[in-house]
Ligand binder design. Structure first.
Ligand code: GLN
Length: 537
């Protein structure tokens, strides 16, 4: 349905970071979508980077890429996985982007001699970006999640901007505040004081939350909810418990039980719509929670201490595992710790190997050793972006016998640059937003494993890289048994390589993990897990 005026929901967080605002926003959006509303979610990030593309994954985890080529916060991945609909650049705005746009306007003279200030110029710019998503009449509800924790200096302009929006929009806007109710084991008590304080911090900024979502490890008593309601000026039924669950995908079910969607619709003056049909979602949960088998995948990367650096891959493995009725366990292996001597021991319990995306030289040799192990020992192998490039380098060194074969990213003076900088990248010096980004078409060869997985010859997949397969070597590779089975129809860039004479050895230059969702697990991950299951027999 398309409602008369777009409604806006602002989600803030208090007490601590990492409470899961993104998951609550996604779960609410999912429920509203299931009731027939068109919903999108936006992330407002208070840091000064224009986008997270230049950030080391250790900072904020994975950089997620949208179809339109925006490098964004990993929460957008959750939005897409829950809602099964694409996001775009407009769904992620940082302080850096806001300032950049205001400063550009100032340089153009758009402010007509005025002093440019945080209020109103920065806040107006934030308001413009928030309202933009609602302006196209494509969505009934726009949910804006404000990154950080209330009380942070950095997020103040965002809070002020959404305060103003609420003032202007009245009942078309609503505030949800997420907090923590900690359990003190020494006294055996749940404590509401941090919630009270964080609502006070919001009130100091002129924001009265309409709904409170309380993260907790234990069930909240009606008395506790009443107390929070009374001290925070929120209706009792708008105090929502969000208890820890075993998977993020259960949160929509919990939020439905807690009637978060109903209270939100009521407060926004919208009809409840149809009762949410979560049949497919529940079927997924059932398969996920009752696996018939279990497999172990070695995930090889250099940021393995921080699992969020590979968020979309982890989630894609969950989706594809459930599709195969099996639990996928991940064996995190640091690429810098792998060598020819220990590889067998490190992966011997694993039924398949994934080499993750990445940048730079660190850990490369360990990844090459792992690719060789998978190739020689017929272990199902999935190389993603850098992982594909590694498979190519390994094949060149050990099968084609180009002993110094490399990517020019790692060794500019190699005699055999089997992976080389893309032509359009050669003049580029800026790092931000300058890679080959976003969705591109790819033509698949019939009779390949990838073609069989997708079941169609033409696909679209998202990219994020500067280097490519150097096709001056294509014939060498194909003659020796590594085939280019996916090619960009316009530029002829090689996007997929395969070794047909291997149970499942696939390298993709794109990132299939970004487009795997609960309701549409990615076909390549599904096929990989299927191959892994066969191998594990
Ligand atoms: N570093 C490689 C490139 O830029 C691979 C990038 C990636 O894995 N996302 O081409």
């Amino acid at each position: 349905m398309i409602v008369a005026t777009t409604k806006y929901i602002f989600v803030t967080g208090g007490v601590t970071s990492s409470l899961g605002k993104g998951i609550i926003a996604s779960s609410l959006a999912k429920l509203l979508q299931a009731r027939g509303y068109k919903v999108t979610i936006q992330k407002l990030d208070p840091y000064i980077n224009v986008d997270p593309g230049t950030l080391n994954p250790y900072e904020h985890g994975e950089c997620y890429v949208t179809e339109d080529g925006a490098e964004t916060d990993l929460d957008l991945g959750h939005y897409e996985r829950f809602l099964n609909s694409p996001t775009s650049q407009a769904n992620n705005v940082t302080t850096g982007r806001i300032y950049q746009s205001v400063i550009n306007k100032e340089r153009r003279g758009d402010y007509l001699g005025k002093t440019v200030q945080i209020i109103p110029h920065i806040t107006d710019e934030i308001k413009k970006y928030v309202k933009f998503l609602g302006s196209k009449r494509k969505f009934d509800v726009v949910i804006s999640e404000i990154g950080g924790t209330v009380g942070d200096i950095e997020s103040l302009p965002f809070i002020e901007a959404v305060r103003q929006l609420k003032w202007e929009m009245g009942s078309d806007a609503l505030f949800i505040h997420l907090t923590l109710v900690p359990y003190l084991s020494a006294s055996g008590e749940l404590k509401t004081k941090p919630t009270q304080h964080s609502v006070k911090a919001l009130l100091e900024n002129g924001v009265q939350p309409d709904v409170l979502v309380l993260r907790t490890e234990h069930t909240l008593s009606p008395g506790l909810k009443e107390k929070v309601a009374l001290f925070c000026n929120v209706n009792k039924e708008a105090v929502i418990e969000s208890i820890d669950v075993s998977t993020i995908y259960e949160v929509p079910i919990k939020m439905k039980e807690e009637k978060l969607d109903e209270i939100v619709l009521k407060k926004l003056g919208l009809p409840l719509g149809v009762a949410p049909d979560l049949k497919q979602w529940n079927e997924f949960l059932l398969r996920f929670k009752n696996p018939k088998k279990e497999v172990k995948i070695a995930l090889i990367g250099k940021y393995v201490e921080l699992h969020d650096a590979y968020k979309s891959i982890c989630e894609a493995l969950i989706h594809s595992g459930a599709a195969n009725e099996c639990r996928v366990k991940i064996e995190w292996i640091h690429s810098e710790k792998i060598n020819e001597e220990n590889i067998e021991r490190k992966v011997k319990d694993c039924d398949g190997i994934i080499i993750a995306p990445g940048f730079g030289h660190r850990g490369i040799e360990g990844k090459i050793v792992a690719a060789k192990y998978a190739r020689i020992n017929n272990v199902p192998f999935f190389g993603i972006c850098l992982g594909m490039q590694i498979a190519v380098i390994e094949f060149a060194r050990n099968v084609l016998k180009f002993s110094d074969a490399d990517s020019t990213e790692m060794n500019e003076s190699t005699k055999h640059p089997v992976i080389d900088l893309m032509e359009e990248q050669k003049e580029i010096t800026d790092k931000g937003g300058t890679m080959r980004l976003g969705a591109y078409a790819c033509q698949l060869k019939k009779d390949s494993k990838v073609y069989n997985a997708y079941g169609k010859p033409k696909i679209m997949e998202r990219h994020r890289h500067r280097y490519e397969f150097n096709d001056t070597y294509l014939k060498n590779f194909e003659d020796a048994g590594m085939k280019a089975v996916g090619v960009n129809p316009e530029t002829k860039l090689v996007e997929v390589v395969e070794i047909p004479n291997h149970p499942w050895f696939v390298g993709v230059q794109f990132h299939p993990e970004y487009s795997s969702t609960v309701l549409q697990p990615h076909p390549l991950f599904v096929a990989f897990i299927k191959a892994v299951l066969e191998h594990s027999k």
